[in-house]
Design a protein around this ligand. Structure first.
Ligand code: GLN
Length: 278
């Protein structure tokens, strides 16, 4: 047992220590407050970026067995972070929630096979293009009368909500368009015979067919669009330059090609420095 005087001394000592800690903890943290909000509002580029993705779009992003995410975009974003000196924390969001999240500043960036479009570029900033893709029409294997978008007039079309494919479908005369939260769900609707066609990113539809995830379905004709994917950021984000320079580094040092080979089994096509926008 401590004597009274000693425990009183100890108590005062502890109180004193607590005060010192409080001053030390409170003083600077007030100044650091702007930096602590990682919503893209800080002026300096952050060292951990929260990056949104909709992980039901293989081979670009998918839930990995045993947790976490995998795919071309996931490898690419991590490689960009490594090259540019930041770590990536992925956050799963519905595709149509990604741009609102960027605008609200609740995430720092998004990589989600997102096509660079003039309309989206009004509300978010895009990195330089990192992938060349395009939309393809998928129909039942036995179908022979659909070869172009025009042939879809009056048909039942399944699409993923908020996508460029959904945008194309909306312009087709007399079509009945049903929207789904993810591309696999739209493709399933087609496989089930409840839709006549799906308009979706070609690499994703082809991957679903090749991996056997979707049966009795084929891709018709030529690609109906040419699109380029970009990493999206809030307008005027301080991280845009960092991400672009990381991307430039891995395009140059062979890392990009390695990742492309891993997921697509072929050499990547040439990429423009800027996406052509209508
Ligand atoms: N590339 C398409 C778009 O940007 C689809 C993206 C996606 O579903 N992840 O609209």
């Amino acid at each position: 047992m401590f004597k009274f005087t000693r425990s009183r001394f100890l108590r005062q000592f502890v109180i004193g220590l607590v005060c010192v800690f409080m001053v030390a903890a409170c003083g600077p943290s007030a100044e650091e407050a702007p930096e602590a909000t990682e919503g893209g509002t800080s002026e300096a580029a952050a060292t951990t970026l929260t990056v949104a993705t909709e992980p039901a779009f293989p081979p670009f992003e998918a839930q990995a067995e045993g947790g976490g995410y995998e795919g071309f975009d996931i490898d690419l974003m991590n490689a960009i972070g490594e090259a540019a000196g930041f770590t990536v924390e992925f956050q799963a969001l519905p595709f149509d929630g990604i741009i609102p999240a960027l605008q609200a500043g609740t995430v720092d960036a998004a990589i989600s096979a997102m096509t660079i479009t003039a309309e989206r570029a009004q509300t978010v900033d895009f990195s330089r293009p990192y992938f060349k893709a395009g939309l393809a029409i998928a129909v039942p294997e036995a179908n022979t009368d659909v070869t172009s978008l025009e042939d879809l007039a009056g048909k039942r079309i399944a699409v993923q909500i908020g996508t460029t494919g959904a945008g194309q479908a909306a312009e087709i005369e007399g079509a009945t368009v049903s929207t789904f939260d993810s591309a696999p769900l739209a493709l399933q609707e087609l496989a089930n015979g409840n839709a006549d066609a799906v308009i979706n990113d070609a690499p994703v539809t082809l991957y679903a067919i090749q991996t056997g995830n979707i049966g009795g379905v084929k891709v018709v004709g030529e690609l109906v669009t040419e699109e380029f994917y970009g990493i999206a950021l809030p307008k005027d984000s301080p991280n845009l330059e960092t991400i672009n320079s990381g991307l430039a580094t891995i395009l140059e040092d062979g890392t990009y090609e390695e990742i492309y080979q891993k997921w697509f089994g072929e050499a990547p096509p040439e990429l423009p420095e800027e996406a052509p926008l209508e």
